[in-house]
Design a protein around this ligand. Structure first.
Ligand code: ATP
Ligand code: MG
Length: 552
């Protein structure tokens, strides 16, 4: 980039940097964001399709989860990346609705382009979108139905809806019930409200059997077996020591040599090693522990001594599992063998090794802290188990959302249609071009019922006009029930979602769209090419975008 200053060009950017501005920059950004939205559209709703994603190492992921799809796509374009951020924010805040948020953001941008072509300035569109977003939130609050926050049935209902659109939908009732119970298990009263930390719920997965064999465990599971065959496989009234210290003689960091000149010396050396290990084991035994869970290694000889004392031990347990165990059993993680006592021990009713599929896992049940709970996910293949885990994550999140904010709305596009209706009415109160922006926002809302219908193979236009008129007549929960394939009162159909998810969709989508609209200058350093790119170059999109992919 250069500017003429008194006849001399002044260079302020490094060679190779590129810049695109004004309408070009806007167009490129909007196109990129729209392509991202297009690529997840077909995954929306119970009739949405799954995506198969292959990463650079050839690992395959099958999913319909918006965030996962975008994460795995390894997107490069800066504006497209902002759309990926939308799905991340949505996921982190409320755990569901990632596909919807991206679709709406894409639609808002698409409509804005039409307005820009009609000479509406982006600033006016941004203002209109912001106003419309606020209004939309007001409408959601107004139509939301309050429920009891700790009601297992409501928790289950929203969890069922969130899983209806996943690969594991066949088992949604049973999985949703597990999710609801797990959330109720860890919910804690804080002031007038309830607090839930999803991380308190341990989720372990093990391929084998079927998704219907997924279980809720009243305690903790670790993917480790008992280290020595001579040890007990089951210990009742367990007193557990959590060790972050090795029960073995540590190797020196540098090569050390010992010269042994006689068999006696050899004998003495081995003897000393044995004594040291015996001492270590003795220190553990003294605490009164009958179970050892170790983060580091346990030497063969130590295992042998422990087995003789009938102590159950598991080793090389993940740090995160150790922390969960500490919380669950009330034990302290010991880092120094010389500094431990009975007060460091954790308690559980039962520690037992069980065979799960081909592997053995250790179960710690009836923990001191009754709030500890785990979900052990099973399923035919590695990929099914992985998608089941993502689906249970969504289910846990929506159930938690209800505990945090006990309000729901019906789904199937009904709230989006109601927002669109009210926004059209609101637009009448505005003047000039801002009105156009609010009307565009209303239309963007309708992309959700439209896409749900489209994905179900129904005629979206017919359905939309029927639904619009039903909303005009005051039927706020009229939506598209896709399993039956027709417009229906979604409240009666029993499809419910947390208000929090819908609110966050509006917030994330509006924010992303306005942020992208505000950019009119893209300056990229030499390493990163600024859009638009030469035709054919769509790095990282993996060919998933439609024809427009070549544009950036
Ligand atoms: N039986 C149903 N009939 C119609 N719509 C339904 C039904 N069940 C769920 N839906 C709708 O499906 C949409 C959710 O679809 P989906 O779970 O695929 O996307 P998302 O929640 O936006 O994103 P993600 O789950 O990928 O984070 C919601 O609008 C919900 O109301
Ligand atoms: Mg969902």
């Amino acid at each position: 980039m250069s500017t003429e200053l008194a006849g001399t060009p002044v260079l302020i950017l490094r060679e190779g940097a590129s810049r695109s501005r004004g309408r070009d920059a806007q167009h490129a950004n909007i196109t990129a964001a729209k392509i991202v939205a297009e690529s997840v559209k077909s995954a929306l709703g119970p009739k949405g399709m799954d995506k198969m994603l292959v990463d650079s190492l050839g690992d395959v992921t099958i999913t319909s989860d918006g965030r996962t799809i975008l994460d795995e796509m390894d997107i490069q374009h800066p504006a497209a990346k902002m759309m990926v951020e939308v799905s991340k924010t949505q996921d982190n805040e409320v755990g569901d609705g990632t596909t919807s948020a991206v679709i709406i953001a894409g639609e808002l941008l698409g409509k804005s382009e039409e307005l820009i072509d009609k000479n509406v300035h982006p600033t006016v569109i941004i203002d209109g979108y912001r106003k419309a977003g606020e209004k939309a939130l007001e409408i959601l609050e107004k139509i939301a139905i309050p429920v009891r926050s700790l009601d297992r049935q409501w928790l289950k209902k929203v969890a069922v809806t969130s899983m209806a659109s996943k690969l594991v939908a066949d088992h949604k009732e049973m999985l949703a019930d597990i999710a609801a119970q797990a959330i109720l298990h860890v919910a804690e009263k804080s002031g007038k409200e309830f607090k839930v930390d999803i991380d308190d719920i341990m989720v372990e997965k093990k391929p084998g059997e079927s998704v219907s064999d997924t279980k809720l465990i009243n305690g903790i599971v670790i993917d480790k077996e008992v280290v020595h065959p001579g040890m007990p496989k089951r210990v009742e009234k367990a007193k557990i020591i959590l060790l972050d210290a090795a029960l073995e003689i540590e190797k020196t960091e540098f090569d050390a040599k010992i010269n042994i000149e006689s068999p006696d010396q050899m004998e003495a050396f081995l003897q000393q090693e044995e004594t040291m290990i015996r001492d270590m084991v003795e220190k553990v035994v003294k605490t009164g522990a009958n179970v050892i869970i170790a983060q580091k290694g346990i030497d063969d000889l130590a295992q042998h001594f422990l087995a003789r004392k009938q102590i159950l031990a598991a080793r090389r347990v993940k740090k995160s599992d150790m922390e969960k165990l500490a919380k669950a059993t009330g034990g302290k993680i010991v880092t120094n063998l010389d500094d431990m006592s009975a007060s460091d021990l954790g308690n559980a009713d039962l520690v037992e090794e069980r065979k799960i599929g081909d592997d053995k896992m250790t179960f710690i049940e009836g923990c001191k802290n009754p709030k500890s709970v785990a979900i052990l996910i099973r399923g035919g293949t590695e990929r099914i188990v992985a998608e089941a885990e993502r689906s249970i994550h969504d289910a846990l999140c929506v159930a938690r959302d209800i505990v945090r904010e006990p309000k729901i709305v019906a789904g199937g596009g009904a709230p989006e249609l109601e927002m669109a209706r009210a926004l059209r009415q609101y637009a009448q109160t505005l003047l000039g071009k801002e009105q156009l922006a609010v009307l565009a926002y209303a239309e963007a809302m309708e992309s959700i019922p439209l896409t749900l219908a489209e994905n179900a193979g129904l005629d979206p236009i017919d359905i939309l006009s029927e639904l619009r008129s039903r909303h005009e007549k005051g039927e706020i929960w009229a939506g598209i029930e896709v399993t039956e394939g027709k417009p229906k009162n979604m409240e009666k159909a029993g499809v419910f979602e947390p208000l929090a998810v819908k609110k966050q969709i509006i917030k994330s989508a509006t924010e992303a769209a306005t942020m992208i609209l505000k950019i009119d200058d893209v300056i990229a350093s030499g390493k990163m090419k600024a859009p638009p790119m030469p035709p054919g170059g769509a790095p990282g999109m993996g060919g998933m975008g439609p024809e427009g992919a070549g544009e950036f």
